[in-house]
Design a binder for this molecule. Sequence first.
Ligand code: BJW
Length: 231
Amino acid sequence: MRVVVLTGAGISAESGLATFRDADGLWEGHDPMQVATPEAFAADPVLVQRFYDERRAVLGRVRPNAAHEALARLEQELGDDLFLVTQNIDDLHERAGSQRVHHMHGRLTAAWCVVCDARHEWTIDLRDEPACPGCGRQTLRPDVVWFGEIPYGMDEIHEALWDADLFVSIGTSGVVYPAAAFVKYAVAAGADTLELNLEPSDGADDFRQSRTGPATELVPAWVDDLLSTRR
Ligand code: BJW
């Protein structure tokens, strides 16, 4: 059985990482959605770099939760038959043990030089404009995908969706495209579909089945169910 899992901010919420659209979704008085755009970066690069520097620093203080761990366990059992694609830029899937994570919106732990186009693993602040290790220019930005930019790995993601027997969406509000359309691709490809979320998302009606509750409860229970039916 080929399974595609899409994760969003809700899977990391119980680790202590803020989501984008929940009630307390303000950062220093700014809507995070207004900060995560190329226009915001052009208008106030220091503000945007600080937003990502702070989130990178918080990463060091949080840990993967039971939902990330359950998906790592699922990968151990399914191997290449699991395709895990995340919209999250945190590294909690990897730290839980997942080895094949597709970060469609990039990663906080990478920096991109907009001049020489090199990408570098990154752990320190970008607000002080450090030099690019490749070309020496002070032209690094977080290697993340903002509105109007093209998400990473779309060809591979579409291939996985067309081949999927089951598509599972975890902790995403279903309002940001192209991820919001994955369920429709999966349905068109003949896959079964399941949503796991604290509350039904905007796209919940597109799923054959929807379960509501915290990811740390729903995801381990779903993984147990799936693995027990394979044995
Ligand atoms: C829990 C929980 C718990 C809480 N347990 N659950 C008009 C119509 C259609 C599309 C467009 C349009 N105008 C513009 C567009 C395109 C645009 C778009 O979608 N806009 C919409 C807002 C309308 N999209 C783009 O521009 C994308 N690019 C693009 O389309 O390029 C064209 C192209 C595509 C494909 C091939 C070729 C060309 C790029 C989108 C980039 C999004 N970037 C961000 C920032 C990344 C960096 C960063 O992290 O700062 O990505 S925005 C932000 O939203 C971030 C997230 O990954 C993304 C999704 O958010 P997510 O994960 O869903 O979080 P929340 O907060 O919204 O929801 C949390 C959920 O968790 C909730 O449902 C809770 O209930 C749940 N939850 N606690 C379980 N404990």
